[in-house]
Design a protein around this ligand. Sequence first.
Ligand SMILES: [Zn+2]
Length: 373
Amino acid sequence: MTVREILARLVAFDTTSSRSNADLMDWVADYLDGWSMRVRLLPGLDSGKTNLIASIGPETADGIVLSSHSDTVPATAAGWDSDPYCLSMRDGRYYGRGTADMKGFLSVVLAAVPDLAKANLTKPVHIVVSHDEEVGCLGAPALIENLPEAGIVIVGEPTGMRVADRHRGACIQTMRIRGIPAHSGMPELGVNAVTHMAAFVRDLDGIATQLAMVDAPPDKQTNIVLTGISGGTAQNIVPESCDATWMIRCAANEDPAEIRLRLASKAEAAERRMKLENSCCEIDLDLLCDVPPLMPATDNVARDLCQDILNDDTTIGLEFATEAGLFQAAGLPVAVCGPGHMAQGHTVNEFIECGQLRKAEFFMEGMIEHVSQ
Ligand SMILES: [Zn+2]
């Protein structure tokens, strides 16, 4: 099958993170089975969610992992010029949900499998596909746990086929404030959760301002974005509870745990202030997901190999997080390199340029040359 044919098949599966990815994974597993790959479908976090690990070549520990995720963001917004789940080509671009992020890369990898099967491989190649990357890299930890020992990981998120060796992390925190409800005519009897949340948000903004380095390149900026806040039930009641959510995008050279400690100490201070008014008040701080940054490393054989194949000795840093941070945390050398651009990911009329897919095919040819005699 050609890259275009495979991409059309993959795009046709609606693998929005909120849905099951089983149909897509079954199709991919069948395809890989047909080329005698050693395929494992692993149960994911929830029912209907699957990770896939498929290997070819000798069973040695120096293999190359080619990593994709199966899920996409939703395509519910109005404004699509064509059906987001039906691949369409216009002006040298393939349109459809997931074309850039990141079914394009997976299609190129799958289309290269016949060549992998023919090659005399000296190292194994592992094709891995995770679930629920878009909602906090939820599938990758279990996938990494089951991964055979390997030498190099290449995550094919869209970099325009540049070599990325660093990116920001992403973690999502939520906070719930429990105050004391009262009639709003007698506010002195209650403790207003919304007012206390507002004070905490000012502290959070203060920390965000201290961390902001406006002129730095994207991967070196840390930002904290308040993404949701809700509280209160009626105009005549002092709000009992208030919830807030925020996203911390931590620079590649920054420790996200340190930032969370600073926020936690502000939350503790807020809780102490509330308890002075009423000892029953409470603040709960939760970490919903934590994707570590990809830290730049002096020695990185994954980066070196990608640069070698592409004949490009430069690197870039990414503003978005990927599963690469998790592979690195597991001790694996990792680089991010894939076709397309994230500027087109997560958007209406998402597309990938045909030229980007061709570049990725050329990259796969170089990769196969590297792992064969
Ligand atoms: Zn992605």
